[in-house]
Ligand binder design. Structure first.
Ligand code: SF4
Length: 292
C-alpha cells in the first residue's frame, strides 16, 4: 500500500495504490512501465513478492499520517499499478485476501486488469465497492506478441460484459495506444508504418456494457522501444522530429495524441484521457470516472 508522487489525491485517483504482488507480473507486456523501473534499478521482475495483508488491515483499522488522510476520506484504493491483480498462471489468493479485507472495511477500490480471470473472483467482488478498468487496445493477434501472458483482447471484452451483467461499473481502458503512423504524417492506408491500436475496440466495449472509456497514449522509454522492436513492432518508425523528448522518454506530439483520442471517441460512451496535457484533474475532475 503506498502513495505515489506528491499528490494529495484531491482529483486524480491514481496515487493511492496497492499491489497484492508488488514485484513481478506474468503478463510480460513489452511496454511494461513497472518492469522498466525494475530494470533501471537492476532488479529482476520475475521474482514475485507478496504484499503484507496484515499491514493493510492495520492501516484501515488505525489510519495515521499522510496515508491516514486518504483512508479517512475513503479515497479509492487502486489495485493493479505494478502488477496485474489477476495474473494468469499464478495463484491469486493474495488478491482475494486484499479484496476480502477491503470489503470487510467497506473500502472503495479501482481494479485495473488485463485478465479474464477476474470473472472467477465474483465471491470477492462487491459492486458497491469495486469499480473495474479492463485494459485493451490491440488485436488478439498482436496481444500474443506484446502482451503474451495476458488474456487476449476479445476475452477481456467478454469479461467486461460478464462483469457489467453482474452489476459492476466497468470502464474500457484503451491504452497504451500504440500509433500506426509516423508522428505528424497523414493517416493513409499506404503509409501505415506500425501495427498498433485497433480502432474497433471502443464499440466492442460499448456493446459489452462498459460505462465509459479511458484513453491513454503510449509513452516510450529506450527500454520499451527496444522490447517492442524485438517483438516485431516497428515503433521506431513512428517517432519523428515532431515527437517530444523529456528525460529520455518520448511522447507523441500533442496534435497526434489528440487525433488518436478523437478517433477513438466515436461511441456514445463518456470519454476521459489519462494524459496530463489533455486532462486537468484540478479542473476536469478525475479521469477514472469513478462514481462514489
Ligand atoms: S499487465 Fe501491467 S504490470 Fe503486468 S506486465 Fe503488463 S503492463 Fe506490466
Amino acid at each position: 500500500m503506498r502513495i505515489i508522487g506528491s499528490s494529495k489525491g484531491e482529483h486524480c485517483l491514481y496515487p493511492f495504490q496497492i499491489d497484492p504482488i508488488y514485484n513481478g507480473c506474468t503478463h510480460g507486456c513489452k511496454y511494461c512501465y513497472a518492469a522498466n523501473i525494475q530494470y533501471l534499478y537492476g532488479m529482476s521482475f520475475d521474482q514475485f513478492k507478496e504484499t503484507d495483508t496484515q499491514l493493510l488491515r492495520k492501516r484501515l483499522e488505525n489510519p495515521r499520517g499522510a496515508m491516514g488522510e486518504f483512508i479517512k476520506r475513503k479515497h479509492p484504493l487502486r489495485i493493479g499499478g505494478m502488477s496485474d491483480p489477476f495474473m494468469r498462471g499464478l495463484n491469486v489468493e493474495k488478491t482475494y485476501e486484499v479484496l476480502d479485507i477491503l470489503n470487510e472495511f467497506e473500502y472503495p477500490h479501482i481494479i485495473v486488469t488485463k485478465s479474464h480471470d477476474i470473472c472467477d473472483a465474483m465471491d470477492h467482488l462487491n459492486p458497491k465497492l469495486a469499480q473495474i478498468q479492463i485494459s485493451g487496445s490491440i488485436s488478439d493477434k498482436l496481444c500474443k506478441d506484446i502482451e503474451p501472458g495476458a488474456s487476449i483482447t476479445s476475452e477481456r471484452i467478454a469479461a467486461c460484459e460478464t462483469l457489467s451483467d453482474n452489476g459492476f461499473r466497468v470502464m474500457g481502458r484503451i491504452g497504451p495506444i500504440i500509433p500506426m503512423w509516423a508522428d505528424g504524417a497523414p493517416w493513409m492506408e499506404d503509409n501505415i508504418v506500425c501495427e498498433g491500436v485497433d480502432f474497433s475496440i471502443p464499440e466492442k466495449f460499448e456493446r459489452a456494457g462498459a460505462a465509459g472509456l479511458i484513453l491513454e497514449m503510449i509513452r516510450l522509454t529506450p527500454w520499451m522501444r527496444k522490447n517492442l522492436q524485438s517483438a516485431g513492432i516497428n515503433i521506431d518508425a513512428t517517432i519523428t522530429d515532431e515527437s517530444v523528448r523529456k528525460n529520455a522518454t518520448i511522447f507523441y506530439s500533442l496534435e497526434t495524441r489528440k487525433r488518436y483520442y478523437e478517433n477513438l471517441s466515436y461511441t456514445g460512451l463518456p470519454v476521459t484521457y489519462c494524459d496530463m496535457d489533455m486532462w486537468n484533474t484540478a479542473t476536469d475532475g478525475d479521469c477514472c470516472q469513478f462514481e462514489a
